[in-house]
Each structure stands twice: as structure tokens, then as C-alpha cells.
Design a protein around this ligand. Structure first.
Ligand SMILES: Cc1cc2nc3c(=O)[nH]c(=O)nc-3n(C[C@H](O)[C@H](O)[C@H](O)COP(=O)(O)OP(=O)(O)OC[C@H]3O[C@@H](n4cnc5c(N)ncnc54)[C@H](O)[C@@H]3O)c2cc1C
Length: 247
């Protein structure tokens, strides 16, 4: 546990958030786990930071599994579906069999066009009529919610009525993930090849990771991050040059 925990939710998209519930280990947890292999103890901050850089550079990844984050996340279902593909984590999600759905839908601020080269991607499209698209979309979402409520009034079970709802509905889940798996998530999902919406979560998580494990985050930027993201690229470019030992 640490007293550095900020429990305030960090807003993501229009209504989503990432909230750190608990945290264990930190950079020191990684160092301690690595040194236990040979019965060693901390040799001071500089040596410990260097050790973390060494471990990551040489893919000695298990010490990073001893530092653990527990997040409470609110994300649209289509984002959660991508998120849940990351198997090295623990998940518990709200049940819409148990609770009634509220008017809690993701409404994108801008509609993107289909990318011409990347079949999975999207890009800015000035030809799209944003206002008309937004109105059409809202009509559809409102109608789906109205049918859902009508079905519940008629006595239909929540587990069945929910089938009419679109995947932009927000869901909530607890996500407990170790630093190794979090790095994998950030590497894949903060990257510009990931869908914009999950990228926003990847970036929010990268910031929390940086705040709580600054040495590991720096090592990750140096040797773990291979992706594209302008903010992370700028952070990486601003890192101090490492002093190499004279021969
Ligand atoms: C841009 C992008 C596009 C994608 N498109 C698609 C798509 O079109 N269709 C689709 O189905 N998925 C898609 N995915 C999801 C992707 O294939 C992964 O399922 C997801 O990113 C989780 O990554 P992961 O397996 O590394 O994470 P985790 O499941 O957390 O696994 C972490 C690591 O553990 C190891 N590992 C886990 N399980 C095994 C195993 N069974 N055997 C060996 N090693 C294992 C691997 O090293 C893995 O990287 C996409 C992901 C991204 C980022």
C-alpha cells in the first residue's frame, strides 16, 4: 500500500472514468522482488533505478508482476469488449441482469470516417455532416432506451430487455492488473493503431502508471514502448541521455 494513491476518478471520453482503488509494490516492489533472488538489499536509489532499467531492457519481466494496480473503470461496452481481451488481469463487472440500465451512453463528439488504407482504422472526414449524424444517432439511442424501459414496465426480465441496447452503453468494472500486464496494455492500447476510444483509456492509465511507478515508466519508455503516440513520443524524446560506464 502507498500514501501516494489519488482516489479521484480521472475522466475519460464524455462520461467514463478510471479511478485507482488500490496500489501495491511500486518501483520498490520490483527492486525488492529482483534482489530476493540473490538475497540482496537496496543499494540506494540510483542503483535501484538502474536495476529496473536493466530488468526491462533484458526482458527480466517477472519482478514487475509484484506491483499491482486495482482500478475502477467506467467505459462503453465496445471498449470493455476490447479491454477484456487482456487476459492477465482480474475482472468483475456490473451485472445488467441485476441492475437496471440508466441513460448512460457514450456520445462521440466527432464522427470519424473509414480510413482509406487501414481497414481497421478511422480518420478525420470533413465531408461528414456531424450535426445530422449526431441527431440520427441520438434518435436511435433514445428509441432503444425507450423500448428497454417499456419492456421492463411490461414485466420482461432485465436480462432479456437489455438485448435491445446498443454497445455505446457504459459499463463498469474492477480491473486488477500487475505492472507487467499494464505495460502490455499501454503498449497496445495507447498506440495510435488502437481505436481512438480505448486509446483515451490507454493514455489515462499511462499517466497513472507514470505517477505511481516513475522509474518503471521511464524504463518502459526507453525499452518497452515501440508504438506511436505523439504525447508519449515527446516524453520519450525528453528523457535524459543515460551515462554509460567508461571502458
Ligand atoms: C490495434 C489492435 C487490433 C486488434 N485487432 C483484433 C482483431 O481484429 N481480432 C481479435 O480477435 N483481436 C484483436 N486484437 C486483440 C489482440 O489480439 C489481443 O487479444 C489483445 O490485444 C490482448 O493482448 P495480449 O494477448 O498481449 O494480452 P494478455 O491476454 O493480457 O496477454 C499478455 C501476454 O501474455 C502472453 N500470453 C497470454 N496468453 C497466452 C497464450 N495462450 N499463449 C501464449 N502466450 C500467452 C503473451 O505474451 C501476451 O502478450 C487487437 C488488438 C489491438 C491492440
Amino acid at each position: 500500500m502507498t500514501d501516494k494513491i489519488n482516489h479521484e476518478p480521472v475522466k475519460v471520453l464524455d462520461k467514463g472514468f478510471v479511478r485507482l482503488v488500490d496500489f501495491m509494490g511500486g518501483d520498490q516492489g520490483v527492486v525488492d522482488a529482483a534482489r530476493v533472488s540473490y538475497g540482496g538489499v537496496s543499494k540506494g536509489a540510483e542503483a535501484d533505478k538502474k536495476l529496473i532499467g536493466y530488468l526491462l531492457k533484458h526482458s527480466h519481466m517477472t519482478p514487475f508482476e509484484h506491483s499491482v494496480f486495482k482500478f475502477h473503470v467506467s467505459a462503453p461496452i465496445f471498449v470493455a469488449r476490447q479491454w477484456f481481451r487482456h487476459r492477465f488481469a482480474a475482472y468483475n463487472e456490473v451485472s445488467f441482469r441485476y441492475t437496471e440500465v440508466k441513460d448512460d451512453f457514450y456520445m462521440p463528439s466527432t464522427w470519424r470516417g473509414q480510413d482509406k488504407k487501414n481497414k481497421q482504422g478511422s480518420s478525420a472526414a470533413i465531408e461528414l455532416d456531424q450535426k445530422a449524424l449526431h441527431a440520427m444517432f441520438k434518435t436511435q439511442v433514445d428509441a432503444a432506451l425507450a423500448v428497454y424501459k417499456n419492456m421492463l414496465e411490461q414485466g420482461v426480465a432485465r436480462e432479456m430487455a437489455r438485448m435491445v441496447l446498443p454497445v455505446n452503453l457504459y459499463t463498469e468494472f474492477y480491473w486488477t492488473v500487475n505492472a507487467r500486464s499494464l505495460m502490455n496494455f499501454v503498449a497496445l492500447r495507447a498506440d495510435t493503431h488502437a481505436q481512438f476510444e480505448i486509446q483515451a483509456y490507454g493514455e489515462a492509465l499511462a499517466k497513472q502508471f507514470k505517477a505511481l511507478m516513475p522509474w518503471t515508466y521511464e524504463a518502459f519508455l526507453r525499452d518497452g514502448w515501440k508504438g506511436e503516440n505523439p504525447t508519449i513520443a515527446a516524453e520519450k524524446a525528453a528523457l535524459p541521455v543515460l551515462q554509460t560506464a567508461a571502458r
